[in-house]
Write a protein that binds this ligand. Structure first.
Ligand code: G4P
Length: 291
């Protein structure tokens, strides 16, 4: 079930997450590595404020690694500690603890200087739906704890999970809302499965994805569908070629466009065609700096 976000829910989610943040030394801001900027909550800086932050770019297995590096650098320049992981397959998870140690070093050095006893670093995960919060918690805990959460904010009954030797993680993540206001962001969120309902028109999402691949990975696209469409061709010709090749036809041998749209979105969401990062740092840099 998709979450419906209303202003009241958003205010409540923000309040609840802010309250939980008081308990932790460091925040793990979880984003989708295919859209490291577009999958952030629009008010995240207001929520996290000055607290040390590790930005976890999850679903590393599904993205373009060169582009991912640029975003890691971007987050580092902002003063955060970026880590790219693949929570589903348990890759690079040790880096999370390392980053948490680095991010909280100053604070713990201060505590030590004051003569306070050493203690575990406390952390919580925050992010929009479907970026992999529950998957990551379960992997870090080495057992199944977090349910695929669909309740905004934070669930009430909470426990600390021991991770590695120096970390304690809240077993329930903070769930915040995605960006709604920008149409292009909406399409990217849909293409990556962060939004699965009909807030955005699926035909526009499929066209957006197709255009992205034509521009960035023409050969990969042609090879995947085993079709040869002219570079200058219109989108409809691509739909036709894909539909015919895959036998997505209806009465009268006409291409079933709805089926083609569904297929394209499914294959992009599941990284069947290629591993893409839809947030291109170079193209977004100016807007980000002025936004
Ligand atoms: P959430 O708590 O943030 O809402 O997200 P959740 O963990 O439920 O993950 C959302 C989807 O993303 C799940 O897929 C999950 O398996 C997948 N996922 C999480 N991390 C990774 C990753 O690093 N790599 C890949 N490839 N996928 C990841 P699903 O389709 O909802 O379920 P399922 O197909 O895994 O059963």
């Amino acid at each position: 079930m998709a979450i419906q976000w209303y202003p009241g829910h958003m205010a409540k989610a923000k309040r609840e997450v802010s309250e939980q943040l008081k308990k932790v030394d460091v925040v793990f801001e979880l984003v989708d590595a295919r859209i490291p900027y577009s999958s952030r909550n629009p008010m995240i800086d207001e929520v996290i404020k000055q607290k040390p932050r590790v930005v976890i770019l999850n679903k590393k297995d599904m993205t373009n690694l060169k582009e991912l590096e640029k975003w890691e650098q971007y987050f580092e320049e902002k003063g955060y500690y970026p880590v790219a992981v693949d929570a589903k397959h348990g890759k690079n998870l040790k880096d999370v603890e390392k980053a948490a140690i680095q991010a909280t070093k100053e604070k713990f050095d201060r505590e030590k200087a004051k003569g306070l006893r050493p203690r575990a670093i406390r952390a919580m995960i925050v992010g929009i739906p479907n970026v992999g919060k529950s998957t990551l918690i379960n992997k870090l805990a080495n057992r199944s704890i977090a349910q695929t959460g669909n309740k905004p904010g934070v669930t009430k009954q909470q426990q600390w999970i021991k991770v590695g030797t120096s970390l304690q993680l809240l077993d329930t993540p903070g769930i915040l809302w995605p960006k709604f206001e920008d149409e292009e962001v909406g399409k990217k969120l849909s293409l990556t499965g962060a939004i699965k309902d009909s807030i955005v028109h699926l035909d526009e999402v499929a066209i957006y994805g197709l255009q992205f691949m034509i521009e960035k990975d023409l050969e990969g696209l042609k090879k995947h569908y085993n079709i040869d469409v002219d570079e200058e061709a219109g989108i409809l010709e691509w739909f036709d070629a894909i539909g015919r090749r895959r036998g997505l036809l209806q009465k009268g041998n006409e291409v079933d466009y709805e089926a083609v749209i569904e297929l394209i979105i499914y294959e992009i969401r599941n990284a069947k065609i290629g591993t893409y990062c839809f947030d291109i740092y170079k193209e977004m840099k100016r807007d980000i700096e002025h936004g």
